[in-house]
Design a protein around this ligand. Structure first.
Ligand code: XMP
Length: 510
């Protein structure tokens, strides 16, 4: 089904909720001509919320032709008002403004969307104008301060809600959305991990045929799932390359080299580039300089490995773990195409051009994780927190060397172990541990004075890493981490907690 984006920040959330109801959804811009939308043969259409008033100059309108095609339509917030207006209902500047949690009063006849829920419950609103009269043929099944907050025309397979069913603050929001999908639009819940795998496997096979594919593994979930999917499709035609730059956390290289290979049976070429990276980073303290060096070395090492694989096997495709939000945000096509052909990939040189295979291009992160589990990947990999490409190098404030990496790895492992033991992995978005390698402070341990380094704990909660807040970890968890680190990591005699949000701080320290 299609989610028509009227410029609200909620379109992606709506698409995700629809998929949580196991119905495949794609986002299209409201500027797309209706003929083009219909040409995609959607099983249903959702009109999303939008920031503007339907009366504002230049406000996006709904082309009435959308309603002539017999496709089920659901309007949300702005989409609800635009729908009301296009079908002859009345939308007015009533002076009614509702923002945030609002009580919804269900009519005596609750209809299909609201049947057997509650006479009144809280929903999330965000609107200025209000719908004063539903279009002919629609039953009004709830009101708020606005006289018409929910309407439906079950026979015509159309309905709309003034509130935002996709946000968690709306009680019964997912139920209402699901009822539109199943009971009004008549859709079936077929978008399951097993079906997604089957579909993508078929698509990759059709694209790749009997040709050879290469994939770089980073240790992160996206590349791991993308490679596992492609492997399921074309088996031995896939070669994976893992560049061990020595900047990963404790156990992560082994996870790729042992657990992942054991789980998938993938052919893996491991490049041990630890010395090379450490050599290039020796004495470098400037954050940007570190990043540039790591980026440059990474491309060089990967390129050399890719050339070797290419020489042996004549590679034509490169797997990339691009996700749907990247595709939507870059304004890219929302089609299901698995290929952007002959792209100059990730800084690889012109004579080493591969066509792209992007089997995750239509998926959200939570779907990628579900697929990873379905494909039998190690849980630790599937649920790994985001981790920056330059790795621990940008979590050592000061120059990077083997000894400092070992210190940070030990402290980081303790923090991760305790977070997991407290059952907080999924509540925390990311948990960098930072070593202030150029700072020393005085401490006392046993009978002796110590002069060690501080580490900083930086647990953050976030939706997308664009903004973040520091996580209010329970103090006993923080205390356990602190005690263990200062006891078990000899070089560290002080543990501090970073209580800065983003902005003004960034998540990483460098
Ligand atoms: P900041 O520190 O800018 O980080 O708040 C935002 C998110 O991006 C991650 N990050 C990176 N990821 N390569 C990556 O793949 C990088 O160079 C990089 N730098 C930061 C960071 O961990 C956080 O999730």
């Amino acid at each position: 089904m299609l989610v028509v984006d009227f410029g609200a920040q909620y379109a992606q959330l709506i698409a995700r909720r629809v998929r949580e109801a196991r119905v495949y959804s794609e986002i299209v811009p409201h500027s797309m001509p209706v003929a083009e939308m219909l040409a995609r043969d959607p099983a249903a259409i959702i009109l999303s919320g939008g920031p503007s008033s339907v009366y504002a100059e230049g406000a996006p309108q709904v082309d009435p032709k959308l309603f002539d095609a017999g496709v089920p339509v659901f309007g949300i917030c702005y989409g609800f008002q635009a729908m009301a207006r296009a079908l002859g209902g009345e939308v007015a500047h009533t002076g009614t403004r509702e923002y945030g949690r609002t009580p919804l009063r269900v009519a005596a006849d609750p209809g299909v969307l609201l049947r057997e829920l509650a006479p009144e419950f809280e929903v999330w609103m965000s609107h200025g104008d209000a719908c004063a009269a539903a279009p002919a043929g629609f039953a009004v099944t709830a009101s708020s301060a606005a006289p018409v907050a929910v309407f439906e025309d079950v026979a015509g397979r159309r309905a709309g809600v003034q509130f935002h069913p996709e946000v968690l603050h709306t009680v019964h929001g997912q139920t209402v959305l699901t009822r539109f999908l199943y009971d009004i639009a008549g859709l079936a819940p077929t978008w399951t991990p097993a079906n997604i795998i089957e579909e993508q496997v078929a698509a990759v096979r059709a694209l790749v045929g009997d040709r050879q594919v290469i994939c770089g593994l980073s240790g992160g979930v996206d590349s791991a799932v993308a490679a596992a999917l492609v492997h399921r499709a074309v088996g031995d035609q896939l070669t994976c390359v893992f560049v061990d730059h020595g900047l990963l956390r404790a156990g992560e290289a082994e996870q790729v080299e042992n657990d992942y290979v054991a789980a998938t049976g993938i052919r893996l070429k491991v490049v041990d580039a630890r010395e090379r990276f450490l050599g290039a980073l020796a004495g470098v303290t400037d954050p940007e300089e570190k990043r540039k060096i790591i980026g440059r070395e990474f491309i060089r090492v990967f390129e050399a490995a890719a050339r070797e694989v290419d020489a042996e096997r004549d590679v034509e495709f490169l797997v990339q773990g691009t996700l749907y939000p990247d595709v939507v945000e870059s304004g890219g096509g929302t089609g299901t195409a698995n290929i952007k052909s002959h792209h100059n990939v990730g800084g690889l040189p012109d004579d080493l051009r591969f066509a792209l295979v992007e089997p995750l291009r239509t998926l959200f992160k939570d779907e990628v994780r579900a697929l990873g589990l379905e494909l039998g990947l190690p849980e630790a990999m599937v649920w790994r927190h985001p981790f920056p490409g330059p790795g621990l190098a940008i979590r050592i404030i000061g120059a990077v060397d083997e000894e400092r990496l070992a210190t940070l790895r030990a402290a980081d492992l303790i923090a991760r172990e305790e977070l997991t033991a407290a059952g907080l992995d999924r509540e925390v978005w990311q948990f960098p541990v930072v070593l202030l390698a150029d700072v020393r402070s005085v401490g006392v341990q046993g009978d002796g004075r110590t002069y060690g380094h501080p580490v900083v704990l930086r647990p953050v909660s976030s939706e997308d890493a664009m903004t973040a807040d520091w996580s209010r970890l329970p103090y006993d968890v923080v205390a356990r981490i602190s005690t263990r680190i200062t006891n078990e990591v000899a070089e560290v005699n002080r543990v501090t907690l970073d209580v800065t949000s983003k902005p003004p701080g960034t998540i990483e320290w460098e």
